[in-house]
Design a protein. Structure first.
Length: 418
């Protein structure tokens, strides 16, 4: 791979972002960051219905303008590969191919429609906080926000729209043709092909030859390693696994040296009682076997995940509502729409919680999560009222305490599993 961006969710508001570049394939790191920004943002828009695309575009513009101070997605340290769900945005420079892989994220409002836009927001925040001149790298995302307000983006069209949002850059392998030299957004034409054009052409040809030589050398080394590995493993002789056999109990007839008559001569032999001899297993006196751990049922495994999703969904929704109710949030109409949408989601998730039937070992965590959901619903219903700076601060402190209590309860849920 030329470059890979891995985004993992530790919970619904905390993400880890890791960016890797593979030399010498990664020819221009900043340009590849632009490519990841454009394609990841376009795919996030394509995962949403048209009406929610326009809402996300408005929110992304606000977050970028305020340097993500109002964004609920927080960047934390850690390994993004341990988080579920997670996303891998990959780009291969020599063939100009882009792909997005998802893991642990299903379709629907509780899956990719939530996590993919938040993953894009987390990556944009990572760029704003870690890259120099982030305004230039965030231009594709802002261009896509403007494009969504004109026409929705679909999965079929998001590659074309993302490519159009990229700023024009110098060609890497393009050669000038018939006196035309392309450089950035400017085009110079000469009818006589002057000496300066020839010198630029020579420099471009030399850089192209050096790059091709580097790629050929890398391919040759990879081929040598593969051949050496095949030869090494071909010399290994696989050892057959040892076969365990239990000898049959000896009978008095085994002491005779005469061959035993075949069954066809004597007919079926009558059953004889087994001799009163100690069995082979008893004579070996093995150690007592350890009791096997009980295997949890499918319902037992599915319940903690459903409970965690409902609790984290409600917490994330209330965080968005608290942010929207602040004085520096969106306009009054957008604030009202956000709060109404949040209250409807809280009611829906409360109904799903009431329909859950906890296994016997999860009754106490189930009741604790129910109390936390009730606190979140009460906090969410108090937000549509006119808020002051003091009430917003109190709501933020109350939400932080609920978050801490929820972490403790979910930790006890994980401890119940065998």
């Amino acid at each position: 791979m030329s470059s890979v961006v891995t985004i993992g969710f530790l919970d619904r508001t905390q993400v880890c972002v890791q960016t890797e570049f593979t030399p010498p394939l990664a020819d221009d790191e900043r340009r590849e960051i632009l490519i990841h920004t454009a394609f990841l943002t376009a795919r996030a828009f394509a995962a949403l219905p048209p009406e929610r695309q326009r809402t996300l575009a408005t929110i992304l513009k606000e977050w970028v303008a305020k340097r993500f101070s109002t964004c609920p997605v927080q960047l934390v340290g850690g390994d993004p590969m341990v988080g579920l769900p997670r996303f891998a945005s990959t780009f291969l420079a020599p063939v100009r191919e882009y792909a997005l892989a998802t893991n642990g994220c299903g379709p629907g409002a509780d899956g990719i429609e939530y996590f993919l836009p938040m993953a894009a927001a987390g990556y944009l925040r990572h760029i704003a906080e870690s890259e120099r001149d982030p305004a230039e790298l965030l231009k594709p995302a802002l261009a896509l926000c403007t494009a969504v307000s004109i026409h929705p983006i679909t999965v079929a069209s998001h590659f074309k729209v993302a490519t159009a949002s990229l700023p024009k850059v110098d060609w890497v392998v393009e050669r000038p043709d018939q006196g035309e030299l392309t450089h950035g957004n400017e085009t110079e034409r000469d009818t006589n092909i002057p000496s300066r054009l020839a010198s630029r052409t020579d420099g471009a040809s030399q850089g192209l030859r050096e790059r091709r030589w580097t790629l050929l050398l890398s391919a040759a080394l990879a081929a040598l390693l593969i051949v050496a590995g095949v030869q090494y493993f071909s010399t290994l002789v696989p050892t057959p696994p040892a076969q365990l056999s239990v000898p049959a109990p000896a009978s008095p007839a085994d002491n005779s040296t005469s061959p035993a008559p075949s069954g066809s001569e004597l007919g079926p032999a009558p059953p004889t009682p087994a001799p009163n001899l100690p069995s082979v297993a008893a004579s070996s006196d093995p150690a007592p076997a350890k009791p096997a751990r009980p295997v949890p049922s499918e319902s037992t495994l599915a319940y903690p995940r459903a409970l965690r999703d409902l609790a984290e969904n409600s917490l994330a929704q209330v965080e968005v509502m608290v942010t929207a109710s602040g004085g520096s949030g969106p306009s009054s109409t957008k604030r009202t729409e956000t709060l109404d949408y949040g209250i409807r989601n809280l009611r829906r998730w409360q109904g799903l919680y009431d329909a859950l039937a906890p296994p016997p070992d999860y009754e106490e965590p189930h009741r604790a999560v129910g109390r936390i959901l009730a606190d979140l619903t009460s906090l969410g219903r108090s937000l549509p009222a006119p808020q002051t700076e003091r009430t917003i601060r109190l709501a933020t402190d109350r939400l932080a305490k609920i978050h801490a209590d929820l972490e403790g309860v979910l930790g006890s849920v994980d401890d119940v599993l065998p």
